[in-house]
Design a protein around this ligand. Sequence first.
Ligand code: GTP
Ligand code: MG
Length: 709
Amino acid sequence: MLRKLNYELDYDIYDEYDDGNDMEASVGKLPLLDKPTGKPGFWHCSICTNNNDESLLSCDTCGVFRDSTGIIDNDSGEKVYGKSKDSRASVMARSLFALSPHQMPKPAVISDIFLAKEAVKSHEKGCIEAYFNDLQKTFTSPHCNHSINIAPFKFDTPSPDDIVSSGKNAARNFPKVPLGSTKASSNITGKKEIVNLLPVNEVSNSSSASSSKDNHIDVSESSNSRDYEDAPQIIADDLHRLKLDKNSKDNRSKKASRNVQYKPEKWMLSDQEQGISSQLNLAVVGHVDSGKSTLCGRLLHLLGRISKKQMHKNEKEAKEKGKGSFAYAWAMDESAEERQRGITMTVAVAYFDSKKFRVVLLDSPGHKDFVPNMISGATQADAAVLVVDASVGSFEAGMGGNSVGQTKEHAQLIRSFGVEQIIVAVNKMDLVEFSKERFDFIKLQLGLFLCSCKFKESSVAWIPLSAMENQNLVTTASDVRLSSWYQGFCLLDAIDSLKPPQRDVSKPLLLPICDVVISHFVGQVAVCGKLEFGALRASSKVLVMPSGDLATVQTIQRDYCPCTIAKAGDNVAVSLQGIDAGHVMPGGVLCHPDLPVTVASSLELKILVLDIVTPILVGSQVEIHIHHAKEAARVTKILSLLDQKSGKVSRNAPRILTARQSAIIEVALDGTVCVEEFSVCRALGRAFLRASGSTIAVGIVTRVLEQGS
Ligand code: GTP
Ligand code: MG
């Protein structure tokens, strides 16, 4: 759930600025992460407000490092604050972004508080403002978009090695609105609506992105800042609210197996758009604060995707807000709430061209609260950049000690989505003096874990870098402390060395809907998402599930540009004609008119239980995520426990499931979801279960037990 902003807390932060405290010490994302709590022996997390025991280095609730400026003395294990003042932003970085007290005048403080209040109000009013920000992102940003995701896991073979999956994509392009102005708001269903409000030229651009291999799974979520805990219910409500007319039911009842012989049309197979390099959906994941957004922003800036003017504006505004070191991150974190809190909340999507790929960057949130969003973006991924913070204590926090830190959870999820290729960006090397020993230590520790997640050693690239100091991003490092011992790929070259993802255009159309954009003004509805299979062109007839309504494709946009044909792997925005906007929803699927996907209300799953503390029992309430759909569900049966190695049934009807066990279970959904058995369609056959804000299991759909209506 999105936490309401705490006025007092934020006000206190700025009070400290006003009190003339060292501004440079405050430069950075978490100026007062470990605020005094008033309780001796505790420190207060300003991200999630939890009171943590003094002995903890990172917040027990959200995992945010207490104060990454602190350096742990290796011998004593104690925190040394000597270097703390410049640890978040290095000397060079601070020279770019550092603030001086007089640059933090009261008005800036007031404006921040105003923003915070507005953000809170927005929540209370149903996130109107937050949605507005999202829509602004969607329609006005040349770089970014949001989306959301979920993760899968495969058990075709006996052991967890068999986990195979793929990602998917979300797109948010929407045809330029020709007239009038728009303001975005979201209705309760989470669909974005465009209301006439803004000047025409502010309306035009939308964005979105993503795509993935044939074995991907999608998840959904709209790129907005609404209450994520409410999201499943909202989507469930959407599903229930859909009134299916006779025609819809007829279409549904035409349900045929997607395995039936299907012959793609000629135009689908033709290479009309030759010359366009293949799209690579690259999820950027990792622990909160590891520098993902800064890395993406810096990369885009270096590649000319962010204008000098825009960058200058970001620098200026970030400085004014006392968050100078976030200037690059702000290229991705566009909403007022994200900027205010200094964390990414939804997946931002941006594009750049490398030598080999049209890269779709999916900058994911690292904060624990936003894992569902991370999932929605990452399920679209063909490959991933796992960003880790090299600084002492932060890397350890990401690994989570005995528990699962976000570095581990993200790596696990990304693998379960079927992502096999991963680049580990060991960031903030400037904070450890570009130490080879530290890099080797991280490589060893994390390498072992990645191995246990079944990443092949040959598919993992390790790149030491500093996003802030521009070391090893698009060219080899210039800092001799790094170049003296590292002569391998820079990040951009590592991206180009990835294997191009496979696409399947010969299968019938399948486009899981990540996001829906409604323009009341022009009476249009557009869906965004990644084409998993098949191809689309203007005038194609599509079946919109679960409503079962037929619609006609009017326009298609890919990477913000209109295109004639979209094919498997492309992240697109498709505007539809001839359909009631109320019958289109995130979590739905566009499919071939004769081959509707299954709409299920009860499923049999093969799962791998993650590192959970509370066992899974019959009756356990969970949240099931399948591509972009989320639904509340209940475990109704635990059929069997599987042997990890052989995959054979080792015990029938166990009473409970604990960490690291594989099992076959049955779940009853509160509503319905569009789904396929994994053997029929991998993209719609991966599922993961969450409870109490954590992912508790990943798995695949082995059987649809009951179809919904
Ligand atoms: P979430 O999206 O909230 O998970 O955070 P993130 O991983 O996107 O981190 P973000 O880019 O917001 O950066 C967090 C802080 O780390 C900011 O203060 C950045 O300036 C700082 N940072 C990022 N990269 C570097 C780096 O290479 N060196 C140093 N010293 N600081 C960095
Ligand atoms: Mg971020």
